[in-house]
Design a protein around this ligand. Structure first.
Ligand code: MG
Length: 386
Protein backbone atom coordinates (compact mmCIF):
# COMPACT_ATOMS: atom_id res chain seq x y z
CA UNK A 1 0.00 0.00 0.00
CA UNK A 2 1.34 3.41 -0.92
CA UNK A 3 1.84 5.92 1.81
CA UNK A 4 -0.17 9.07 1.13
CA UNK A 5 2.53 11.24 2.72
CA UNK A 6 1.87 13.93 5.28
CA UNK A 7 -1.85 14.23 5.10
CA UNK A 8 -4.19 15.73 7.65
CA UNK A 9 -6.28 13.19 9.59
CA UNK A 10 -9.42 14.49 7.88
CA UNK A 11 -7.98 14.07 4.38
CA UNK A 12 -9.10 11.22 2.13
CA UNK A 13 -6.56 8.41 2.29
CA UNK A 14 -5.94 5.39 0.11
CA UNK A 15 -5.83 3.04 3.04
CA UNK A 16 -9.21 4.10 4.45
CA UNK A 17 -10.95 4.44 1.08
CA UNK A 18 -14.50 3.12 1.02
CA UNK A 19 -13.33 1.08 -1.94
CA UNK A 20 -14.49 0.10 -5.40
CA UNK A 21 -17.79 -1.42 -6.51
CA UNK A 22 -15.91 -4.43 -7.90
CA UNK A 23 -13.15 -5.31 -5.41
CA UNK A 24 -9.60 -5.24 -6.82
CA UNK A 25 -6.22 -5.79 -5.23
CA UNK A 26 -4.22 -2.62 -4.48
CA UNK A 27 -1.87 -1.34 -7.19
CA UNK A 28 1.82 -2.10 -6.68
CA UNK A 29 3.42 1.32 -6.98
CA UNK A 30 0.52 3.72 -6.88
CA UNK A 31 -2.09 4.87 -4.40
CA UNK A 32 -5.76 4.10 -5.06
CA UNK A 33 -6.51 7.65 -6.21
CA UNK A 34 -3.46 7.71 -8.45
CA UNK A 35 -4.88 4.65 -10.15
CA UNK A 36 -8.24 6.41 -10.54
CA UNK A 37 -6.51 9.39 -12.13
CA UNK A 38 -4.58 7.16 -14.51
CA UNK A 39 -7.76 5.36 -15.59
CA UNK A 40 -9.39 8.70 -16.37
CA UNK A 41 -6.44 9.91 -18.42
CA UNK A 42 -6.56 6.71 -20.48
CA UNK A 43 -10.33 6.87 -21.02
CA UNK A 44 -11.98 7.65 -24.35
CA UNK A 45 -14.25 10.26 -22.77
CA UNK A 46 -11.19 12.18 -21.53
CA UNK A 47 -9.64 12.35 -24.99
CA UNK A 48 -12.92 13.64 -26.41
CA UNK A 49 -12.79 16.66 -24.08
CA UNK A 50 -10.26 18.18 -26.47
CA UNK A 51 -13.00 18.71 -29.03
CA UNK A 52 -15.80 19.80 -26.73
CA UNK A 53 -16.70 23.40 -26.06
CA UNK A 54 -16.90 25.50 -22.96
CA UNK A 55 -18.20 28.81 -24.34
CA UNK A 56 -16.69 29.02 -27.80
CA UNK A 57 -17.31 26.30 -30.35
CA UNK A 58 -14.23 24.27 -31.13
CA UNK A 59 -13.68 25.53 -34.66
CA UNK A 60 -13.93 29.23 -33.69
CA UNK A 61 -10.26 29.47 -32.84
CA UNK A 62 -7.27 27.46 -31.72
CA UNK A 63 -6.50 29.58 -28.66
CA UNK A 64 -9.76 29.25 -26.75
CA UNK A 65 -10.21 26.84 -23.87
CA UNK A 66 -11.74 23.50 -24.56
CA UNK A 67 -13.12 21.17 -21.93
CA UNK A 68 -9.77 19.40 -21.92
CA UNK A 69 -7.68 22.47 -21.17
CA UNK A 70 -10.34 23.58 -18.68
CA UNK A 71 -10.15 20.23 -16.87
CA UNK A 72 -6.35 20.44 -16.72
CA UNK A 73 -6.59 23.95 -15.24
CA UNK A 74 -9.12 22.73 -12.66
CA UNK A 75 -6.80 19.85 -11.72
CA UNK A 76 -3.86 22.23 -11.36
CA UNK A 77 -5.73 24.68 -9.13
CA UNK A 78 -7.18 21.81 -7.09
CA UNK A 79 -3.75 20.32 -6.45
CA UNK A 80 -2.40 23.63 -5.18
CA UNK A 81 -5.29 24.07 -2.75
CA UNK A 82 -5.20 20.42 -1.65
CA UNK A 83 -1.47 20.45 -0.95
CA UNK A 84 -1.62 23.67 1.02
CA UNK A 85 -4.37 22.25 3.25
CA UNK A 86 -2.62 18.87 3.63
CA UNK A 87 -5.42 17.22 1.73
CA UNK A 88 -5.13 14.46 -0.82
CA UNK A 89 -3.66 15.96 -3.98
CA UNK A 90 -4.17 12.78 -6.01
CA UNK A 91 -7.87 12.65 -5.24
CA UNK A 92 -8.39 16.34 -6.03
CA UNK A 93 -6.53 15.95 -9.30
CA UNK A 94 -8.65 12.94 -10.19
CA UNK A 95 -11.91 14.76 -9.53
CA UNK A 96 -10.65 17.82 -11.45
CA UNK A 97 -9.76 15.77 -14.51
CA UNK A 98 -13.04 13.82 -14.41
CA UNK A 99 -15.55 16.46 -13.44
CA UNK A 100 -16.66 17.35 -16.98
CA UNK A 101 -16.51 13.91 -18.63
CA UNK A 102 -20.29 13.81 -19.00
CA UNK A 103 -20.64 17.12 -20.80
CA UNK A 104 -22.47 17.16 -24.12
CA UNK A 105 -21.03 18.85 -27.19
CA UNK A 106 -21.61 22.62 -27.44
CA UNK A 107 -21.45 23.52 -23.75
CA UNK A 108 -24.53 24.28 -21.72
CA UNK A 109 -26.77 24.66 -24.75
CA UNK A 110 -26.22 20.95 -25.42
CA UNK A 111 -27.02 19.91 -21.88
CA UNK A 112 -30.25 21.95 -21.79
CA UNK A 113 -31.60 20.60 -25.04
CA UNK A 114 -30.74 17.01 -24.13
CA UNK A 115 -32.52 17.48 -20.80
CA UNK A 116 -35.60 18.71 -22.72
CA UNK A 117 -35.46 15.77 -25.12
CA UNK A 118 -35.15 13.36 -22.18
CA UNK A 119 -37.97 14.96 -20.17
CA UNK A 120 -40.22 11.88 -20.35
CA UNK A 121 -37.32 9.45 -19.96
CA UNK A 122 -35.60 10.51 -16.74
CA UNK A 123 -33.96 13.77 -17.88
CA UNK A 124 -30.30 14.56 -18.47
CA UNK A 125 -27.83 16.05 -15.97
CA UNK A 126 -24.19 16.43 -16.98
CA UNK A 127 -22.97 15.59 -13.48
CA UNK A 128 -24.90 12.39 -13.44
CA UNK A 129 -23.64 11.66 -16.93
CA UNK A 130 -20.02 12.11 -15.76
CA UNK A 131 -20.70 9.43 -13.16
CA UNK A 132 -22.39 7.25 -15.78
CA UNK A 133 -19.31 7.55 -17.99
CA UNK A 134 -16.95 6.30 -15.27
CA UNK A 135 -19.42 3.74 -13.86
CA UNK A 136 -20.79 2.24 -17.05
CA UNK A 137 -20.05 3.75 -20.43
CA UNK A 138 -16.29 3.28 -20.67
CA UNK A 139 -15.86 -0.31 -21.83
CA UNK A 140 -12.16 -1.02 -21.41
CA UNK A 141 -11.58 -3.52 -18.66
CA UNK A 142 -12.08 -7.26 -18.78
CA UNK A 143 -13.52 -7.73 -15.34
CA UNK A 144 -15.95 -4.85 -14.87
CA UNK A 145 -17.96 -2.22 -16.74
CA UNK A 146 -16.76 1.40 -16.51
CA UNK A 147 -13.54 2.41 -14.76
CA UNK A 148 -14.47 0.96 -11.34
CA UNK A 149 -13.23 4.07 -9.50
CA UNK A 150 -13.08 4.42 -5.71
CA UNK A 151 -16.08 5.71 -3.81
CA UNK A 152 -14.21 8.96 -3.05
CA UNK A 153 -13.62 9.77 -6.74
CA UNK A 154 -17.24 8.96 -7.61
CA UNK A 155 -18.47 11.04 -4.67
CA UNK A 156 -16.44 14.00 -5.96
CA UNK A 157 -17.60 13.62 -9.56
CA UNK A 158 -21.25 13.74 -8.50
CA UNK A 159 -21.31 17.42 -7.52
CA UNK A 160 -25.05 17.92 -7.69
CA UNK A 161 -27.94 15.58 -8.05
CA UNK A 162 -31.72 15.81 -7.83
CA UNK A 163 -33.29 13.90 -4.93
CA UNK A 164 -35.17 11.73 -7.40
CA UNK A 165 -31.94 10.62 -9.05
CA UNK A 166 -30.10 10.35 -5.72
CA UNK A 167 -32.52 7.62 -4.67
CA UNK A 168 -31.51 5.54 -7.69
CA UNK A 169 -27.76 5.80 -7.12
CA UNK A 170 -27.14 3.71 -4.01
CA UNK A 171 -24.46 4.81 -1.55
CA UNK A 172 -23.00 7.59 -3.74
CA UNK A 173 -26.44 9.27 -3.81
CA UNK A 174 -27.07 9.00 -0.07
CA UNK A 175 -25.44 12.28 0.94
CA UNK A 176 -28.02 14.26 -1.06
CA UNK A 177 -30.81 12.54 0.85
CA UNK A 178 -29.10 12.90 4.24
CA UNK A 179 -27.85 16.44 3.56
CA UNK A 180 -24.27 15.38 4.16
CA UNK A 181 -21.13 16.83 2.55
CA UNK A 182 -18.55 15.20 0.30
CA UNK A 183 -14.82 15.05 1.20
CA UNK A 184 -12.84 18.30 1.48
CA UNK A 185 -11.04 17.26 -1.71
CA UNK A 186 -14.40 17.22 -3.54
CA UNK A 187 -15.46 20.52 -1.97
CA UNK A 188 -12.29 22.30 -3.03
CA UNK A 189 -12.34 20.92 -6.57
CA UNK A 190 -15.86 22.25 -6.99
CA UNK A 191 -14.63 25.77 -6.20
CA UNK A 192 -11.45 25.31 -8.26
CA UNK A 193 -13.80 24.67 -11.20
CA UNK A 194 -15.42 28.07 -10.64
CA UNK A 195 -12.09 29.85 -10.26
CA UNK A 196 -10.87 28.27 -13.49
CA UNK A 197 -13.85 29.06 -15.67
CA UNK A 198 -14.43 32.58 -14.37
CA UNK A 199 -10.80 33.47 -15.03
CA UNK A 200 -10.42 31.80 -18.40
CA UNK A 201 -13.76 33.08 -19.66
CA UNK A 202 -12.47 36.59 -18.92
CA UNK A 203 -9.34 35.77 -20.89
CA UNK A 204 -11.14 34.11 -23.82
CA UNK A 205 -13.88 36.73 -23.78
CA UNK A 206 -11.32 39.52 -24.17
CA UNK A 207 -9.37 37.61 -26.82
CA UNK A 208 -12.53 37.06 -28.87
CA UNK A 209 -13.44 40.74 -28.66
CA UNK A 210 -16.92 39.90 -27.34
CA UNK A 211 -16.18 41.75 -24.10
CA UNK A 212 -13.88 44.72 -23.59
CA UNK A 213 -11.48 45.91 -20.91
CA UNK A 214 -13.65 48.96 -20.42
CA UNK A 215 -16.69 46.80 -19.65
CA UNK A 216 -14.73 44.52 -17.35
CA UNK A 217 -13.45 47.45 -15.35
CA UNK A 218 -17.00 47.85 -14.06
CA UNK A 219 -16.41 44.67 -12.07
CA UNK A 220 -14.74 45.50 -8.75
CA UNK A 221 -12.53 42.42 -8.55
CA UNK A 222 -11.20 42.92 -12.06
CA UNK A 223 -10.82 46.67 -11.75
CA UNK A 224 -8.71 46.57 -8.57
CA UNK A 225 -6.30 44.12 -10.22
CA UNK A 226 -6.28 46.19 -13.40
CA UNK A 227 -5.28 49.30 -11.47
CA UNK A 228 -2.46 47.49 -9.65
CA UNK A 229 -1.05 46.14 -12.90
CA UNK A 230 -1.49 49.38 -14.81
CA UNK A 231 0.26 51.36 -12.11
CA UNK A 232 3.19 48.97 -11.85
CA UNK A 233 3.62 48.33 -15.60
CA UNK A 234 2.18 51.37 -17.41
CA UNK A 235 4.05 50.62 -20.66
CA UNK A 236 3.20 46.95 -20.94
CA UNK A 237 1.23 45.85 -24.03
CA UNK A 238 -2.50 45.32 -23.43
CA UNK A 239 -2.22 41.61 -24.13
CA UNK A 240 0.45 41.13 -21.46
CA UNK A 241 -1.49 43.31 -19.04
CA UNK A 242 -4.47 41.00 -19.49
CA UNK A 243 -2.33 37.91 -18.82
CA UNK A 244 -0.95 39.56 -15.71
CA UNK A 245 -4.46 40.43 -14.49
CA UNK A 246 -5.81 36.93 -15.20
CA UNK A 247 -2.99 35.27 -13.29
CA UNK A 248 -3.63 37.58 -10.35
CA UNK A 249 -7.35 36.86 -10.65
CA UNK A 250 -6.70 33.14 -10.19
CA UNK A 251 -4.12 33.70 -7.49
CA UNK A 252 -6.16 36.04 -5.28
CA UNK A 253 -9.15 33.69 -5.32
CA UNK A 254 -6.99 30.65 -4.56
CA UNK A 255 -5.23 32.43 -1.69
CA UNK A 256 -8.54 33.64 -0.25
CA UNK A 257 -9.99 30.15 -0.50
CA UNK A 258 -6.98 28.55 1.21
CA UNK A 259 -6.85 31.07 4.04
CA UNK A 260 -10.59 31.08 4.71
CA UNK A 261 -10.76 27.29 4.57
CA UNK A 262 -7.76 26.92 6.90
CA UNK A 263 -9.51 29.08 9.49
CA UNK A 264 -12.76 27.16 9.08
CA UNK A 265 -10.99 23.82 9.49
CA UNK A 266 -9.50 25.10 12.74
CA UNK A 267 -12.92 26.21 13.89
CA UNK A 268 -14.79 23.00 12.99
CA UNK A 269 -11.88 20.72 13.94
CA UNK A 270 -12.89 17.65 11.97
CA UNK A 271 -11.00 14.56 13.17
CA UNK A 272 -11.69 12.35 10.18
CA UNK A 273 -13.22 12.43 6.73
CA UNK A 274 -16.44 11.14 8.31
CA UNK A 275 -16.61 14.30 10.47
CA UNK A 276 -16.24 16.32 7.28
CA UNK A 277 -19.09 14.39 5.67
CA UNK A 278 -21.38 14.78 8.69
CA UNK A 279 -20.80 18.53 9.04
CA UNK A 280 -23.95 20.52 8.21
CA UNK A 281 -22.24 22.69 5.60
CA UNK A 282 -19.27 22.85 3.30
CA UNK A 283 -16.02 23.66 5.16
CA UNK A 284 -14.10 24.82 2.10
CA UNK A 285 -15.24 28.36 1.33
CA UNK A 286 -14.34 31.88 0.21
CA UNK A 287 -14.43 34.81 2.59
CA UNK A 288 -17.72 36.73 2.44
CA UNK A 289 -16.22 39.60 0.48
CA UNK A 290 -14.56 37.30 -2.07
CA UNK A 291 -17.78 35.35 -2.50
CA UNK A 292 -19.62 38.56 -3.30
CA UNK A 293 -16.96 39.77 -5.72
CA UNK A 294 -17.03 36.39 -7.32
CA UNK A 295 -20.79 36.50 -7.79
CA UNK A 296 -20.48 39.94 -9.38
CA UNK A 297 -17.94 38.53 -11.84
CA UNK A 298 -20.21 35.60 -12.67
CA UNK A 299 -23.14 37.95 -13.20
CA UNK A 300 -21.01 40.08 -15.51
CA UNK A 301 -19.96 37.08 -17.58
CA UNK A 302 -23.52 35.79 -17.84
CA UNK A 303 -24.94 39.11 -18.98
CA UNK A 304 -22.13 40.16 -21.27
CA UNK A 305 -20.46 37.01 -22.57
CA UNK A 306 -22.76 33.99 -22.30
CA UNK A 307 -25.76 36.07 -23.45
CA UNK A 308 -23.79 37.90 -26.15
CA UNK A 309 -25.73 37.67 -29.39
CA UNK A 310 -22.89 35.92 -31.19
CA UNK A 311 -22.58 33.28 -28.47
CA UNK A 312 -26.38 32.99 -28.39
CA UNK A 313 -26.59 32.42 -32.15
CA UNK A 314 -24.04 29.66 -31.95
CA UNK A 315 -25.65 27.98 -28.94
CA UNK A 316 -29.16 28.20 -30.37
CA UNK A 317 -27.98 26.68 -33.62
CA UNK A 318 -26.14 23.92 -31.74
CA UNK A 319 -29.15 23.15 -29.57
CA UNK A 320 -31.39 22.90 -32.63
CA UNK A 321 -28.96 20.47 -34.24
CA UNK A 322 -28.79 18.19 -31.21
CA UNK A 323 -32.57 18.27 -30.78
CA UNK A 324 -33.07 17.25 -34.40
CA UNK A 325 -30.51 14.47 -34.10
CA UNK A 326 -32.28 13.13 -31.01
CA UNK A 327 -35.70 13.18 -32.70
CA UNK A 328 -34.39 11.54 -35.84
CA UNK A 329 -32.81 8.68 -33.87
CA UNK A 330 -35.88 8.28 -31.64
CA UNK A 331 -38.24 7.97 -34.61
CA UNK A 332 -35.93 5.57 -36.46
CA UNK A 333 -33.18 3.91 -34.49
CA UNK A 334 -31.96 2.18 -37.66
CA UNK A 335 -30.19 5.48 -38.41
CA UNK A 336 -27.84 4.83 -35.47
CA UNK A 337 -24.46 3.12 -35.82
CA UNK A 338 -24.86 -0.68 -35.48
CA UNK A 339 -23.40 -0.98 -31.97
CA UNK A 340 -26.05 1.41 -30.63
CA UNK A 341 -28.78 -0.52 -32.46
CA UNK A 342 -27.55 -3.68 -30.73
CA UNK A 343 -27.67 -1.96 -27.34
CA UNK A 344 -31.23 -0.82 -28.03
CA UNK A 345 -32.29 -4.33 -29.05
CA UNK A 346 -30.81 -5.71 -25.85
CA UNK A 347 -32.51 -3.14 -23.61
CA UNK A 348 -35.76 -2.35 -25.32
CA UNK A 349 -37.58 -5.49 -24.23
CA UNK A 350 -36.97 -4.62 -20.61
CA UNK A 351 -36.95 -0.81 -20.63
CA UNK A 352 -38.96 0.14 -23.74
CA UNK A 353 -38.67 3.69 -25.04
CA UNK A 354 -36.97 4.86 -21.83
CA UNK A 355 -34.09 2.47 -22.50
CA UNK A 356 -33.92 3.52 -26.14
CA UNK A 357 -33.92 7.23 -25.27
CA UNK A 358 -31.10 6.74 -22.73
CA UNK A 359 -28.89 5.01 -25.29
CA UNK A 360 -29.52 7.78 -27.83
CA UNK A 361 -28.77 10.37 -25.15
CA UNK A 362 -25.50 8.56 -24.30
CA UNK A 363 -24.58 8.57 -27.98
CA UNK A 364 -25.28 12.28 -28.40
CA UNK A 365 -23.67 13.29 -25.07
CA UNK A 366 -20.51 11.44 -26.08
CA UNK A 367 -20.15 13.37 -29.36
CA UNK A 368 -17.51 16.05 -29.82
CA UNK A 369 -18.62 19.35 -31.38
CA UNK A 370 -17.27 18.45 -34.78
CA UNK A 371 -18.63 14.88 -34.68
CA UNK A 372 -22.09 16.30 -33.93
CA UNK A 373 -21.72 18.71 -36.87
CA UNK A 374 -20.73 15.85 -39.15
CA UNK A 375 -23.60 13.62 -37.97
CA UNK A 376 -26.02 16.47 -38.56
CA UNK A 377 -24.76 16.98 -42.13
CA UNK A 378 -24.94 13.26 -42.87
CA UNK A 379 -28.55 13.08 -41.70
CA UNK A 380 -29.97 16.38 -42.89
CA UNK A 381 -27.84 17.80 -45.69
CA UNK A 382 -28.97 16.25 -48.99
CA UNK A 383 -25.60 17.04 -50.55
CA UNK A 384 -23.56 15.34 -47.84
CA UNK A 385 -22.01 11.95 -48.43
CA UNK A 386 -22.52 9.47 -45.60
MG1 MG B 1 -16.01 22.50 -15.21
Amino acid sequence: MMNDGRLATYAAQSKTSLGRTHPESSPAYRGEFQRDRDRIIHSTAFRRLEYKTQVFVNHEGDLFRTRLTHSIEVAQISRTIARSLQLNEDLSETIGLAHDLGHTPFGHAGQDVLNDCMRDYGGFEHNLQSLRVVDELEEKYAEFPGLNLTFESREGILKHCSLKNARLLGEVGERFLNKHQPSLEAQLTNLADEIAYNSHDVDDGLRSGLITLKQLREVELFNSLYEDVDEKYPDLSTRRKIYEIVRRLISCQVVDLIETSKARIEEVRPGTIEDVRQHHESIIAYSDSMREQNLAMKRFLRENLYMHYRVKRMSTKSARMLGELFNAFMSDHLLLPPEYQTKIREQQRELGDTGKARIISDYIAGMTDRYANAEYSKLFDPGSLT
